[in-house]
Design a protein around this ligand. Structure first.
Ligand code: AMP
Ligand code: ZN
Length: 114
């Protein structure tokens, strides 16, 4: 995809700290972590945002959540708790136009979500 930073991470054109990879998914550490644990889980298929999901993407989105569940356990935050966030579009504060799910934890995050 033209100039997509996350596609470049998938293709190893940009370095990242990968914490999970399979044929369809990649998870890597956020470069500007907002908490002790801050990982981004993405489909390898270039989908811009939730708006752009097709019926055929249902399985991969489900798998992303299972990977997030596994990572939360591996990274030691399954018991203490965490937040999973996906930002869409301008009002959602989306900066990178490749669907991604933030897994954030390792400190109390409070109740504010907007
Ligand atoms: P969003 O605002 O939801 O689009 O989030 C984009 C996230 O991507 C931000 O948390 C950035 O810190 C993160 N990010 C941007 N570039 C990189 C990169 N090269 N490696 C890892 N994370 C990145
Ligand atoms: Zn992309």
């Amino acid at each position: 995809m033209p100039d997509c930073i996350f596609c470049k991470i998938i293709n190893r054109e940009i370095p990242s700290q990968v914490v999970y990879e399979d044929e369809e998914l990649l998870a890597f550490k956020d470069i500007h972590p907002v908490a002790p644990v801050h990982v981004l889980a993405i489909p390898k298929k270039h989908v811009v945002s939730v708006n752009d999901l097709a019926d055929e993407d249902a399985e991969v989105v489900g798998k992303i959540f299972l990977v997030i569940k596994e990572l939360a356990s591996q990274l030691g935050i399954a018991e203490t708790g965490y937040r999973v966030v996906t930002n869409s579009g301008e009002d959602g504060g989306q900066e990178v136009g490749h669907l991604h799910f933030h897994l954030i934890g390792g400190k109390p995050l409070g109740r504010k979500i907007g």
